[in-house]
Design a protein around this ligand. Structure first.
Ligand code: Q46
Ligand code: ZN
Ligand code: ZN
Length: 314
């Protein structure tokens, strides 16, 4: 197995590109793919300030590393979600990376800041954990980006994630979601611009990137994710990809090139609904007087902490 670029021994094969790469050329491939996504979709302009939503997993740490390498002013934000050991390990990897790199990291611990954690908030509000978690993350990422004057908030969604979400949205013809499933969403209505610079990299590649760069990341999945639909869609697409390399890429980028505009037509610009008001408590854009996050905190703060429960249990 030889590197496609330099003919030295290769360390990884990328079947989607029908090629093998040595360490250096694989790392360069990853950076080039991120740079291409940023340029093609106009995600980040030179000189803009970037906030990276970091989870401590391979994707967000690889993303942060590549952005710093490409010369962007990229700060990290990590949330202590209170999901048992998983959250502690995730935060520890993120802090270790930031310290080693001398990168700026902001931390918000839900228990310290709001007296809540994801399992307890899910229980108190009768939501499934990923719903309580998702709305909390979106709220806090948006808030920190807004308050910190960042131009863009980036997340570590990779090609496998986006293809799986697209697959789920198509299976259920979620046309509203399809209209917004883009690699970049413009700022608007008090929301920051949001971008996913890893859409040209597969999960296996971000993992290999971290290993080759010596970046330690949390390997376990979140315990709340077990059995969720998203993982099922990923497995289904993995099995297609195994017999036909490049299918995920063709599926996702084919959607962007040929179908996304059709769904987006008629949907108002920006990310929120028109005429959004502001939450009376926190000032976030909201359709109600008090936003969903403030209501979640109101109902969960001070509640007896609940033990971790597998998904589906309440
Ligand atoms: S962290 Fe949160 Fe994910 Fe865990 S509880 Fe669900 S949403 S699975 S990305
Ligand atoms: Zn090479
Ligand atoms: Zn609020």
């Amino acid at each position: 197995m030889k590197c496609r670029v330099c003919r030295e021994p290769a360390v990884i094969d990328v079947r989607r590109h029908n090629a093998n790469f040595c360490r250096d050329h694989f790392l360069r491939l990853c950076r080039d793919q991120v740079a291409k996504a940023i340029e093609d979709f106009e995600m980040i302009a030179p000189g803009e300030r970037v906030l990276v939503a970091v989870s401590g997993g391979k994707d967000s740490l690889a993303l942060w590393d590549i952005l710093l390498d490409l010369g962007y002013e990229a700060d990290g934000l990590v949330l202590g979600l209170g999901i048992g050991d998983y959250s502690d390990t995730s935060t520890a990897h993120t802090v270790a990376y930031a310290e080693a790199k001398g990168a700026k990291l902001q931390r918000i611990d839900l228990r310290e800041a709001y007296d809540i954690d994801v399992p307890t908030a899910a229980h108190a509000t009768r939501r499934v954990p990923c719903s309580a978690c998702g709305l909390t993350k979106r709220h806090l990422f948006d808030e920190v980006a807004r308050d910190g004057g960042y131009d863009v908030l980036v997340t570590g969604h990779n090609l496998d994630d986006e293809a799986a979400v697209l697959f789920g949205n198509v299976l259920r013809w979620q046309t509203d979601y399809l209209a917004r499933q883009l690699p970049v969403l413009p700022a608007g209505d008090g929301f920051p611009r949001k971008a996913k610079p890893l859409v040209r990299l597969a999960e296996r590649e971000t993992a290999a990137y971290c290993v080759l760069q010596g970046i330690d990341y949390v390997v376990e999945e979140c315990p709340m994710a077990a059995g969720n639909r998203h993982l099922g869609y990923k497995e289904a697409l993995d099995s297609v990809e195994r017999s036909s390399a490049g299918t995920k890429h063709a599926f996702y980028f084919g959607f962007l090139q040929r179908a996304a505009d059709l769904f987006a037509a008629g949907v108002a610009e920006g990310q929120g609904k028109a005429d959004l008001g502001r939450c009376a408590r926190c000032g976030a854009p909201s359709t109600a007087e008090v936003c969903t996050f403030c209501r979640l905190v109101e109902r969960s703060a001070g509640a007896e902490p609940v033990a971790l429960r597998p998904r589906g249990g309440r």
